[in-house]
Design a protein around this ligand. Sequence first.
Ligand code: ARG
Length: 458
Amino acid sequence: STHVLWGGRFTGGLDPLMHAFNQSFRYDQRMHAADIRGSIAYAKALALIGILNKEEEEKLVNGLRAVGREWETGTFKPADDEDIHTANERRLSELIGPLGGKLHTGRSRNDQVATDMRLWLLDEAASIETSLKALIRVMVERADNEQDILLPGYTHLQRGQPIRWSHLLLSHAFSFRSDLERLQQLIPRISVLPLGCGALGGNPFPVDREFLAKELGFKSLAENSLWGVGDRDFVVEFMMWASLSMTHMSRLAEDFILYSSAEFGFITLSDAYSTGSSMMPQKKNPDSLELLRGKSGRIFGNMAGFLMTLKGLPSTYNKDLQEDKEPLFDTVDNISACLQIAEGVIATLVVNADKMRQALTMDVLATDLANYLVEKGVPFRETHHISGRAVALAESRKCQINELTLSDLQTLCDKFTEDVHATVFDFEASVERRNAIGGPSRDKLKRQIAVLRNYLAQ
Ligand code: ARG
């Protein structure tokens, strides 16, 4: 029969289906290291108040370290345990005998599991932060190297104004920068220690929770035991963070899926991030980008689903809270993968500068034509109309606006002079004119790159 932590008051056994239904070991075993760390700190705290003598403390700590080593070396043998806490305590007692039974003094799996989850997530958040920084770095490097490349910027997916490819790339990098900021802001709210809250009502032994917090690296501790065991806001908040970050990922993916189609042809994805069709031999599909876009739905679903689990729960611990793990783990796994894939996709894609250039039709300089007249003192509202009439005239003649002659233009406004063609109809000059902070000029790209590099260096 299975070892459980709660057999005393029971006479009957658990229905086998119920046993499986209740069991979280299958997925919560991945918190094994956090569970051991929490237990080692707790053993030390018990020793500080004399519940364990020095020798017992040493035996317990060494026993826990031995269990931890079994996990690390892949030799830990599960025994149909209910959860990771049960498994580690069972193994500890197998190794050191009845002394293992002293570890749980004043502790409950309720404060234990909340502690494990927070410790585990803090570690994962640190590696997600590293991946996010790597992704931003790749975007910044490309943006720095490819400043000469121009393409149309779109609104409503209609060509709007010429911009630099680097400017577009950095727009996505700035979304990720704010995700990085938000992630860093979450950390203090994850880093709150529940250990020492007991099952719900606090710890009756004078354990030094400040010592525990320090030992485990928590920034603060739960000030209310009912809250400490029942709070899962940090799980929700992390998944909300991931949902928003994945919305940015999805937007980037959508841009690049469009741009990699033959109709645009602006970029070519590396073979390393594309797949083929089982039927159509010519196909090279942007599956990496489509999965980046698609995963956003699943991650949002994890967040929404768990929020529904929390809604209507009474105070403190309820077994419903065990449902926090699978969506959180799935979210962490998927967003981690997405960040790494996105980094690879962006590092390896090929930019087709000629195709981008060919998409720059002269009509994207209509705003510049209007602004030319602004420089000559005509109010913008009028110049907008005049430039619009020039576009219409060119359209009726089936030519581009730069092919209208000076006298054509002068029939629309007498302020046009000889310099108009050379001044207005130059894509590079148009981009350089947009030199206010935030614009696509070389100087302001330099500024964007510096802002991001400084942020990454912090
Ligand atoms: N496996 C449980 C969970 O993940 C651990 C806490 C169990 N607590 C309890 N009172 N049954 O939430």
